[in-house]
Design a protein. Structure first.
Length: 239
C-alpha cells in the first residue's frame, strides 16, 4: 500500500521509464555500438495510477523486512563511537542508498543546533548506503566516507561498478587501516538498533502519519541517549 501522492509518483515514473526505454530501443544501437535485433515489445502503461492506498496512514509505504513486507517507515540513525544517536530521521523509501548524504547533513544540523563545532571526519556505512553521488558529495565537504563497496566478499569487482569511487573504496577497505576503521561500524550502530528493538522491545511505531512517526522516533533516540548517559554516570560513580 502507498499514499495517493506515492501512487501518482510511481505511475509517472513508470510512464517516463517506458518512454525512455522505447526511445532508446528506437535508436537501434546499444551502448557498445551493436544494433538491436528487433524492435521493443510494445508496452502500454496504465492510463491512471493503480494500487491500494492505506487509509489509516497514507504517508507510510510497503517496506521489505526480515519478516516479509510490512506497512511502515524506514527509521534512520547516525551514531557516535559511544553509541550516542546524533541524528534520527525516517524515510518513506525502503532502500537506504538515498539516505547517506541526507543523514550526514541532518547530523551536521543537529551539531550546529547543539553548539558543537566539531564535524564528522569519517563516516562508516554498510553496502546498502552505496551511492557514487553521495560519496562524492561527502568527500567534497572534507568528510572521508568508508562504505562497503559490496554486500559480500567478492573475488573481483562488479562489472557495472568499475572505476571512480568504487575502485577507490575497494582499495581503502583492502588496507589494514581502512578495514580496521570499517570494522568499528558494527559495534557503533548495530547495538543501538538491537538495544531499541530487543531489549527495550520497541519494534514498531505506535503513532500514524510521517510527522507523528518522526517525533516518536526522535523521542526513542533521545531516551536511548539518556539511558547511555545515565549508565555512563553510574559506572563512573561506582568506579
Amino acid at each position: 500500500m502507498s499514499s495517493p501522492a506515492g501512487l501518482v509518483e510511481d505511475w509517472r515514473t513508470e510512464r517516463q521509464a517506458n518512454r525512455d526505454y522505447e526511445a532508446y530501443r528506437a535508436r537501434g544501437v546499444m551502448k557498445d555500438g551493436r544494433r538491436f535485433g528487433r524492435p521493443p515489445n510494445p508496452c502500454e502503461p496504465p492510463a491512471q495510477p493503480e494500487g491500494k492506498v492505506n487509509l489509516t496512514d497514507p504517508d507510510s509505504r510497503n517496506m521489505k523486512s526480515f519478516r516479509g513486507y510490512v506497512q511502515g517507515y524506514n527509521a534512520q540513525a547516525v551514531t557516535t563511537e559511544g553509541q550516542i544517536i546524533v541524528a534520527a530521521e525516517i524515510a518513506t523509501e525502503g532502500l537506504d542508498f538515498a539516505q547517506l548524504d541526507p543523514m550526514i547533513s541532518a547530523a551536521e544540523r543537529e551539531l550546529d543546533a547543539a553548539g558543537v563545532t566539531e564535524r564528522p571526519g569519517v563516516v562508516l556505512a554498510d553496502a546498502g548506503y552505496w551511492s557514487n553521488g553521495h560519496i562524492d558529495r561527502l568527500r567534497q565537504r572534507g568528510i572521508t566516507p568508508i562504505v562497503a563497496a559490496d554486500a559480500h566478499n567478492r573475488d573481483g569487482p562488479r562489472k557495472t561498478r568499475i572505476g571512480g569511487p568504487y575502485d577507490f573504496m575497494r582499495r581503502v577497505l583492502a588496507t589494514d587501516q581502512g578495514a580496521e576503521l570499517y570494522a568499528r561500524r558494527q559495534w557503533m550502530v548495530e547495538p543501538v538498533f538491537a538495544q531499541i528493538k530487543a531489549n527495550r522491545r520497541i519494534g514498531r511505531f505506535k503513532r500514524r502519519g510521517r510527522a507523528a512517526a518522526r517525533s516518536e522516533w526522535r523521542l526513542i533516540a533521545a531516551t536511548n541517549n539518556l539511558l547511555k548517559l545515565h549508565k555512563h554516570g553510574f559506572t563512573a560513580a561506582a568506579g
